[in-house]
Design a protein around this ligand. Structure first.
Ligand code: MG
Ligand code: MG
Length: 273
């Protein structure tokens, strides 16, 4: 996936990536405002594409490696890369929505898992812990640390502390003029290992965490990744720039959460870190 050497970004380039990431989050907020039981996932995808084009940008995923849609929509046991395909969302579903845009020669990438209506409490806990792990990973992303410090923080929280399954087949990545750049950012690993983090490195950190087994399989559509035990999965993603003393989070989940607050069909995911 992520090939080649690491490309460090100037502050100017980081601002362009931030603009792309903000448009991703505005798109996810627009979709969040529409989420309700009975809505069809393809209609959400159409709206997302329209919204991105209206903002003079291009969907980042559509056509990427042949992916057919603007959004990856992964419902319940689907981990990532679910294809919107006339599916009706139901009360009690958890829906992971991943979105990318391409604007001014730079990509933006972010994802959020939404809880629709009466979601089981153990699944709500999975969402909370996954989201917490994203921020614990981000806390490690400053100059002089290593990729393994991010990975270990996520794995410790999700697997060691909460006994959830950490997906290993898919990882975070560098972001820039390409959607997937070096280095890879695994959600498992050992602290003090892996590439060193330097100012100007822009990466997507994206824990993909399962309620049960970490094992996954690919569905017959050639894209969708599903848990082997059919238990639910969660996915939260930020694109960040490594800073001198802390990470600069380029995407903004607060834009999405403002909308969640105003949509009575959605449950809020509160974290403790
Ligand atoms: Mg993504
Ligand atoms: Mg990503």
């Amino acid at each position: 996936m992520a090939k080649g050497s690491i490309i460090y970004k100037t502050q100017e380039e980081i601002e362009l990536i931030r603009a792309s990431c903000l448009l991703v989050c505005k798109t996810l907020a627009e979709i969040a405002s529409m989420l309700k039981p009975g809505i069809i996932d393809s209609d959400l995808d159409k709206r997302a594409e329209e919204f991105i084009l209206d903002h003079h940008a291009k969907p980042g995923f559509k056509g990427y490696g042949g992916f057919p849609a603007t959004l990856c929509m992964s419902i319940n046991a689907e981990v990532v890369h679910g294809i919107p395909s006339n599916r009706i969302l139901q009360d009690g579903d958890v829906i992971s929505i991943d979105c990318g845009v391409y604007m001014n020669s730079f990509y933006g990438d972010a994802a959020y898992t939404f809880a629709l209506g009466d979601v089981a409490e153990d699944t709500m806990n999975l969402l909370r812990v996954t989201k917490e792990s994203l921020y614990l990973g981000i806390q490690q992303a400053y100059h002089g640390k290593r990729i393994g410090d991010i990975s270990a923080a996520i794995q410790n929280h999700c697997q060691r502390k909460h006994k959830f399954g950490v997906v290993r087949e898919l990882v975070g990545h560098g972001v820039g003029r390409n959607l997937h750049e070096s280095p890879e950012v695994p959600n498992f690993g050992r602290s003090g290992r892996g590439p060193i983090l330097k100012e100007g490195l822009v990466i997507a950190i994206e824990p993909m965490i399962n309620l049960g087994t970490r094992r996954v399989k690919q569905s017959k559509d050639g894209w969708t990744i599903i848990t082997r035990d059919n238990k639910p999965s969660a996915h939260y993603e930020h694109t960040i720039a490594v800073g001198k003393h802390k990470a600069d989070i380029l995407s903004d989940h607060q834009i999405i959460e403002q909308t969640i607050k105003n949509n009575k069909n959605l449950r809020k995911i509160s974290i403790n870190c």
